[in-house]
Structures are given as structure tokens and as C-alpha cells.
Design a binder for this molecule. Structure first.
Ligand SMILES: Nc1nc2c(ncn2[C@@H]2O[C@H](COP(=O)(O)OP(=O)(O)OP(=O)(O)O)[C@@H](O)[C@H]2O)c(=O)[nH]1
Ligand SMILES: [Mg+2]
Length: 265
């Protein structure tokens, strides 16, 4: 079956249609940049995180209000990595759609949640559930702004861990603001307090394993799509079986009526 025919099997804008497009894209663009997408609710510190991470204090605009409204990219040519900042969720419908487009292309998704907002909400939990199904290592959860509620941090982390314990997702509490202080002052205390190290090790590992991660994703997508195709096949055979039965009943009735007519002549 060729590409366009296979696409027709799944209705547009359904999860399986998106998975098929993602699969085609990975297979067609094996050498495309490794895409790391920073995603999450508005004002939770996505752009600040990227600025701190990339050591470029004003690369992406930050503010206390809705700020990022289109997907923005920083391309690390040396390592063939695209870092993508997305608009925050729940501020504007258009922003959500824009961010969603970036996520479709992502090799790694860093879901940013600030600890001052408390626990994860229903929408964030749904994202974690759906992203952690096909490729278990694709999503990482960043708990930002830990400098803002240090006293309650263990309790907050514990509550969030309980919320996500069904899902294979790793959690990283961090303070990008402290990491920026470290970059400006070189004082090690700020580096440690930023807790960036564990995340740096994790992301470095993902970058080194990029080919394996894509292979795993391809396998996951193939498994999901095979399951979906089998269920379509089953639904189609159920319809054919039911139609065959109806036709046979009609044929028998027709024969019986004709016989009755014939007998009464
Ligand atoms: N104290 C503290 N403030 C932070 C931290 N990270 C971000 N902020 C502040 O949080 C506010 C929002 O940060 P942004 O980086 O603009 O948030 P965003 O998620 O990119 O927001 P949108 O682009 O609107 O979705 C800014 O005022 C930042 O200075 C942090 O680690 N600690
Ligand atoms: Mg932003």
C-alpha cells in the first residue's frame, strides 16, 4: 500500500493519522536535526529555561505575562540539534495549536511545570499519559522555579511523583534563574542550587542515543499503527460478516416466498 492510500485509512486529525505522518517524517528525514521541544503552560518558565540552558540570556523573550506566541528555534549547527521554544498552553487557543505543531516533530519533549502552581492539572497529566505511550523516553518533566518555594519542595515533589507514578516519565526539579546566576558569577553554589546537573546528564545521554531513540520511536509507532490497522480490519470483517448474513437471509426468504407462490399455483 502506498503512502497516500495508507493515510486514507485513518481519518485526518486523529491520533493515528498524526502517528502515521510522524512515522513517514522520521523515515524520510533520517538526517534531520534532533528536535528538543520545550512545552508547557504559559508563564511557567519555558523561555527562561532555554536561555539559561543555552547560556544566552536574551535569546528568547521572557516576561510575567503571555510572551511567546510562535514557535521559535535555536539551531545548534555543530551538533545538529534544534531547540524549540513554544507558546504557553492555556493562554490563547492559537498558541496551543502552534505549540502542538512543534510537539508533533519532537524527538524529546521537555514539559515545563513551575512548582508555585502546585500539582499537575488534568491537562498536563493527559499530555504525560499520551506522550509516554509510544516512546517512553521522549518526555521529561521539568519542575521549574524551585527557588520560589524551597521549604515545601520535598512535599511538592512527592505529590507530583505520586501523580505520575503510573507513567514512565523522569522528573527534574530545577531553577534556571539560579543557573543564570552561576553563568554570570561562576560561583559553584549557584550551579549546585540550580540542580541542572542531573538534567544535563540526562539530555546529553538522549543526544548520544539519538539514533536509538528514533529507532525506538519508529518501532513504537509501527506497533501502534499495526494495532490500529488490525482493529480497522476486524471492524471491516464484522461489517462484511453482518452484510453477508443479511444477504443470505434475504436470499432464503426470497427463495421460500417464490417456492410458496409456486406451490399455491
Ligand atoms: N524565581 C524564578 N522565576 C523564574 C524562573 N524561571 C522563570 N521565571 C520567571 O517566570 C516568568 C515567566 O517566565 P517565561 O520564561 O517568560 O515563561 P514562559 O513559559 O516562556 O511563558 P510564555 O512564553 O508566556 O508561555 C518570568 O518573569 C521569569 O523571570 C525561575 O527558575 N525562578
Ligand atoms: Mg516563553
Amino acid at each position: 500500500m502506498n503512502k497516500s492510500n495508507l493515510r486514507k485509512v485513518f481519518e485526518k486529525n486523529t491520533a493515528n493519522h498524526e502517528k502515521l505522518i510522524r512515522l513517514e517524517n522520521i523515515l524520510d528525514n533520517q538526517k534531520s536535526p534532533f528536535k528538543i521541544v520545550v512545552y508547557g503552560k504559559y508563564n511557567h518558565g519555558k523561555s527562561t529555561f532555554l536561555n539559561a540552558w543555552l547560556n544566552q540570556s536574551e535569546l528568547f523573550n521572557t516576561s510575567d505575562k503571555r510572551e511567546t506566541v510562535i514557535n521559535q528555534k535555536y539551531f545548534d549547527q555543530e551538533n545538529n540539534i534544534a531547540w524549540i521554544d513554544t507558546p504557553g498552553l492555556d493562554a490563547h487557543e492559537q498558541d496551543d495549536a502552534e505549540a502542538q505543531e512543534a510537539v508533533k516533530e519532537a524527538d524529546i519533549i521537555l514539559l515545563v511545570h513551575d512548582i508555585i502552581s502546585g500539582e499537575l492539572d488534568e491537562k498536563e497529566l493527559k499530555m504525560i499519559e499520551s506522550f509516554s505511550m509510544t516512546n517512553k523516553q521522549k518526555l521529561k518533566l521539568l519542575l521549574t522555579k524551585i527557588d520560589q518555594n524551597e521549604d515545601n519542595l520535598p512535599l511538592i515533589i512527592n505529590n507530583i511523583e505520586n501523580q505520575i507514578n503510573h507513567f514512565p516519565v523522569k522528573l527534574f526539579p530545577i531553577s534556571p534563574i539560579r543557573y543564570q546566576k552561576y553563568s554570570q558569577t561562576s560561583i559553584d553554589k549557584w550551579k549546585q542550587a540550580s540542580r541542572f546537573e542531573a538534567l544535563q546528564i540526562e539530555i546529553q545521554k538522549s543526544i548520544s542515543d539519538r539514533d536509538d531513540l528514533r529507532k525506538q520511536e519508529i518501532m513504537g509507532l509501527c506497533d501502534d499503527l499495526t494495532l490500529a490497522l488490525n482493529s480497522k480490519k476486524k471492524a471491516a470483517s464484522d461489517i462484511i460478516y453482518s452484510m453477508t448474513q443479511q444477504i443470505e437471509t434475504k436470499q432464503n426468504n426470497c427463495k421460500r416466498d417464490a417456492q410458496n407462490k409456486f406451490n399455491s399455483l
